[in-house]
Ligand binder design. Sequence first.
Ligand SMILES: Nc1ncnc2c1ncn2[C@@H]1O[C@H](COP(=O)(O)OP(=O)(O)O)[C@@H](O)[C@H]1O
Ligand SMILES: CC(=O)N[C@@H](CCC(=O)OP(=O)(O)O)C(=O)O
Length: 306
Amino acid sequence: MSESATSPELTARVLVEALPYIRRFRGKTIVVKFGGNAMIDDELKVAFARDIVLMRLVGFRVVVVHGGGPQIGELLDRVGKETEFIQGMRVTDSETMDIVEMVLGGLVNKEIVNLINAHGGRAVGLTGKDGGLIRARKLEVQQPGPENQVPEIIDIGHVGEVAGINPEVVELLESGEHIPVVAPIGVDEQGTSYNINADLVAGKMAEVLGAEKLLLLTNTPGVLNDRGDLLTGLSPAVVNDLISDGTIAGGMLPKIRCALESVSSGVRAAHIIDGRVPHAVLLELFTDQGVGTLIKGAGYAESVGA
Ligand SMILES: Nc1ncnc2c1ncn2[C@@H]1O[C@H](COP(=O)(O)OP(=O)(O)O)[C@@H](O)[C@H]1O
Ligand SMILES: CC(=O)N[C@@H](CCC(=O)OP(=O)(O)O)C(=O)O
């Protein structure tokens, strides 16, 4: 249905049907990760911004964490710098780190803030440096060697993982009904900057804030098997098998790992959903028509009445 194909009756029905979902999630924290690959279409970006504004206005405590991989790649390309990924992580030397910081903390962060504000929200952009939000440590990447040999640890530069999150600044913004928009850059005790995969930041943010839901928007319908079927209700054992046989690879690795970790640390549910579908966030939150891959945590309630 196109956005204009509505009638007053239909609008009223849709609003009434949304009521139980609004009651369920009002006052609860929803962390939404907006992936770089779902962020390249202007209309989708506007639909996303409107979804976020609506969520906040009906009383959900929404935190946006964004990526920007394709946008970083584009600028690196323009300046003639090659880039490489190892296990879904961008190898980041000092020069690349400067570009990452400019693109994520500058261009991408401010574009999202601007869009949300243009549609009536009150977004405030942050990197992990602001208010000491994200403490990082260098990520150790293990490259599996031949059988029975100790895996080799390889250095991929300024790539970090989350050592800690200080949620004070986010809580302060939320209490003023602002929408925090977080770029995945962290800093260690020495003040060194780190490029952190945005999925990892979103997962930890959801854990620390005790989120009801973690929504990871990406550019596929969810986790797919080797025949391209959508998989859902995945357990850690099944995920490990899918990683071992290479079905889950590349950018899906950090996504699925952080989804599993977040639900085992108290987040009620993590969803990997298709950000190319207009209003994917609203479809997930306000309807029973689950989209994408759902990973349930303890205490996940199946129905809105629960
Ligand atoms: N089993 C899988 N199911 C779905 N996507 C997969 C799978 N394994 C690898 N991928 C890849 O992971 C990509 C999503 O990760 P990524 O490109 O990092 O997205 P984002 O920019 O949204 O974080 C998909 O486009 C796909 O190419
Ligand atoms: C270490 C690492 O790989 N960092 C990512 C950060 C951005 C990101 O995660 O963007 P997407 O969500 O769009 O993939 C990068 O440099 O691309």
